[in-house]
Ligand binder design. Structure first.
Ligand code: ZN
Ligand code: ZN
Length: 111
C-alpha cells in the first residue's frame, strides 16, 4: 500500500517541504517541480548548477525538465525547451534533463 504521509522532505537538505510542487523563479521562468521533492532553496541551487542552455532562445533549461534534443552536423547534442516556441520541426529527439545528465532519451521516428 502506498503511504499517504504528507510529510515530504527535501531530497537534498532533508528539510520538510510543506507544499508541492516547489515553485521558484529562475532566469525569468517559473519552475514547477513535483518530483523529486526539493525545497525552494535547494531547487534554486540545483538550477544554478545544472541548468543547460537552450540552443534556440538562449535561455536556461532547468534540471528535472523535459527537453528537446537536436543534433548538429558534428553529432553534438543541443538542447531546447520543450515548448512550441523553441521546439522546431527538426527536433526528432526528446529526453529528460536531470542533474546535468540526459535521461530517458527517446528518438522519435521521423517519417
Ligand atoms: Zn532543501
Ligand atoms: Zn528555449
Amino acid at each position: 500500500m502506498p503511504e499517504k504521509s504528507k510529510d515530504h522532505r527535501c531530497n537534498e537538505c532533508k528539510a520538510p517541504v510543506a507544499e508541492r510542487p516547489t515553485v521558484i523563479e529562475f532566469d525569468g521562468q517559473e519552475i514547477f517541480l513535483f518530483h523529486p521533492v526539493v525545497c525552494a532553496g535547494c531547487l534554486m541551487e540545483l538550477c544554478e548548477r545544472f541548468a543547460t542552455v537552450c540552443a534556440n532562445c538562449g535561455g536556461a533549461i532547468p534540471p528535472y525538465s523535459q527537453v528537446g534534443v537536436l543534433k548538429d552536423e558534428a553529432g553534438h547534442r543541443q538542447f531546447v525547451h520543450m515548448n512550441t516556441a523553441c521546439q522546431t520541426v527538426g527536433s526528432a529527439f526528446h529526453g529528460y534533463w536531470g542533474r546535468g545528465n540526459l535521461h530517458n532519451f527517446i528518438e522519435i521516428e521521423a517519417c
